[in-house]
Design a binder for this molecule. Structure first.
Ligand code: ADP
Ligand code: TPW
Length: 587
């Protein structure tokens, strides 16, 4: 009789003790874990960054929790990788940095992402608020939140661990809704160590519902646009990188083909329809811009890249139809006759529905005159491309690359430089959407290796980075990163011994070389060999072609030093006219 009673007493005491332990020591989480949980809860699986106080453990934990952490040699490149991942996926790319200088290095990429409308979140650790605000000189002290604001679409700081979930949710929504852009999220060191009851922590996480909701255009706006298009004699469609970002590929394809309207892709919209599409007017760009009477802009801004929609480039005044998600983009440079505000997928579908009921394809006068101009320009270009001079010029080298790339339309292309950018943009055809990543809206140098790494990690497909030698230098140390992660990135350095070209001389006859000149005959291929990558030195188009085929087949990190005539190319490439001329009369 006694035994069960004893047992039950024992059992109940045991139970009480367990409960007491649970009350005294509840399961805890902390800021570190909540940041990772909040990102994972929103399907963010990769962080691009560079560690140090106070975020080293955050990076370690991300990896331990199954996220991919790609560590860089400079935060700007990590930020660029995050930005391009955002552009490719419509999910914000995340970049993680330390405070003050690390943050500032990342901020350049955040500003570039905002300028290009790429969704990205820069997360930086920061020093203690009470010391920063009293300017008492903390380790890496800086008021990062306020520094970020002018360069970001939005900037937030989280002070309490229980707000991390909401902070990350706000950052994601701000990055991808409406016009995408860069968001800064400030995480003070103290926050990361703050502990919180785990159950409370779990409840504080927020999974963002429909972060980029569709925005349906007004029927009046759609009708106005259709009326204008129907009345056009020489219509033109201009596709920008917003159209590529929107992932409305099939609808855009159908709109172009159903309407029969010739189109021009901006550089990063190349491949949205294949560049060899019969309606592609790239080879007659100047002609169509000057001659068109109605221009339908889809996800492209009338900024400097389009001569602000006016002047000689655009010939006679024309009527613009503009599809964009940002209403304030309309009338930014010239009057837009038919704004269509909404997301590109919805707007293009609405236009399609409207023209299906009947649309006369553009006259053969218009299409035949474009074809004639294309034929003429392509013949001229073919003669240029045929050149086999040694040392190589831009055309001979790019022909070799073009012919190889044609066989692999799935490969991502990164491109920066001056002449290298201008020539490659028109010579290297693209066949698939969101495969070309370049200097973009700012014409910035330094995106090369960051974009290449971001594209390789995101797509798991090879990347060919076509780089001016100066452009490459901005991010060249990331060759080590490429080798460390064994990414299939083939970098081709167009080596003409300097910024733009290598022929300038110091007018004083002094020992310093001219401002644009580098070490002559540098061997960039040796750099990658230092990290175990494959280096090639190509002096002829035939060698360049052979090495590129080999490097792509190897599916390993490689760099081809392409020796280009140092006198080839022009100052600032096609932008020579943007260099201010001195007006001084004194010598
Ligand atoms: P490009 O440099 O190729 O001409 P821009 O970067 O100037 O292109 O323009 C991209 C435009 O696309 C921006 O004005 C942006 O607001 C718009 N945009 C981006 N995503 C969408 C979307 N999903 N729907 C509508 N417009 C978008
Ligand atoms: C962040 C100014 C524009 S193009 C260029 C520079 C330095 C490099 C041109 O030489 P490269 O190319 O790369 O060798 P190529 O083909 O003509 O031989 N700093 C930043 N961005 C820009 N745009 C510059 C400087 C610039």
């Amino acid at each position: 009789m006694n035994e069960p009673k004893l047992k039950s007493i024992f059992t109940s005491t045991d139970f009480q003790q367990t409960e007491l332990t649970a009350i005294e020591k509840p399961e805890l989480t902390d800021g570190f874990h909540l940041v990772i949980d909040a990102l994972k809860c929103n399907d963010i699986d990769t962080i691009f960054g560079l560690v140090g106080i106070p975020i080293t453990d955050l990076a370690r934990l991300a990896q331990a929790e199954g996220m991919r952490f790609i560590g860089f040699r400079h935060e700007q490149n990590a930020g660029n990788a995050a930005a391009i991942a955002g552009y490719m996926t419509q999910k914000p790319g995340v970049c993680l940095t330390v405070s003050a200088p690390g943050f500032l290095n990342g901020l350049t990429a955040l500003a570039n992402a905002t300028t290009n409308c790429f969704p990205m979140i820069l997360i930086s650790g920061s020093s203690e608020r009470e010391i920063v605000d009293l300017q008492q000189g903390d380790y890496e002290e800086m008021d990062q939140l306020n520094a970020a604001k002018p360069f970001a679409k939005a900037a937030y700081r989280v002070l309490k661990a229980e707000d991390i979930g909401i902070g990350v949710a706000r950052a994601i929504r701000a990055a991808v809704s409406g016009r995408p852009g860069g968001v800064y999220l400030d995480l003070p060191a103290q926050l990361l160590g703050q502990s919180l009851d785990a159950a409370h922590g779990r409840k504080s996480l927020v999974r963002v519902v429909e972060p980029a909701p569709r925005q349906i255009p007004s029927p009046d706006a759609v009708q106005r646009a259709i009326d204008l298009l129907k009345g056009a004699k020489r219509p033109l469609i201009l596709l920008g990188k917003g159209a590529a970002y929107a992932q409305a590929d099939a609808a855009i394809h159908t709109l172009v083909e159903t309407s029969g309207i010739p189109y021009l892709p901006m550089s990063m919209a190349k491949g949205l329809l294949p560049d060899n599409h019969p309606q592609c007017a790239s080879a007659a760009r100047s002609f169509v811009l000057a001659e068109a009477d109605v221009v339908l802009l889809i996800g492209a801004r009338l900024n400097w890249l389009l001569a602000h929609g006016k002047g000689k480039t655009w010939g006679a005044p024309k009527k613009f139809i503009q599809i964009d998600i940002a209403p304030t983009e309309i009338d930014s440079n010239v009057a837009v006759a038919a704004p269509v505000i909404g997301d590109i997928g919805s707007c293009v579908s609405a236009l399609l529905a409207g023209i299906k009921s009947g649309f006369n394809k553009p006259s053969t006068d218009w299409t035949a005159s474009i074809q004639a101009r294309k034929d003429k320009n392509l013949a001229k270009m073919a003669a240029m491309l045929d050149q086999n001079t040694v040392p190589m010029n831009f055309h001979g080298a790019l022909r070799a690359i073009r012919d190889v790339m044609k066989t692999r339309p799935d490969i991502n292309v990164v491109n920066e430089g001056a002449n290298t950018l201008d020539f490659a943009r028109s010579i290297i055809d693209m066949y698939e959407p969101r495969k070309r990543f370049d200097s973009g809206t700012w014409g910035i140098m330094g995106i090369g290796m960051g974009y290449a790494i971001g594209a390789a990690v995101t797509s798991c497909l090879p990347v060919v980075a076509i780089e001016g030698d100066s452009a490459f230098g901005f991010s060249g140390m990331e060759l080590e990163t490429i080798c460390r992660y064994q990414l299939p990135v083939v970098t081709i350095v167009f080596n003409n011994n300097g910024v733009y070209r290598g022929t300038d001389v110091n007018p004083t006859g002094g020992a310093d070389v001219a401002p644009t000149v580098f070490v002559k005959g540098a061997r960039y291929d040796k750099m990658i060999e230092a990290f175990g990558g494959i280096g090639y030195n190509a002096t002829t188009p035939a060698e360049l072609s052979k090495f590129l085929i080999e490097a792509i087949a190897a599916n390993k990190p490689a760099l081809i030093n392409a020796v280009i005539d140092e006198a080839a190319g022009t100052e600032s490439g096609r932008l020579t006219n943007l260099n201010p001329a001195s007006t001084a009369t004194k010598k």
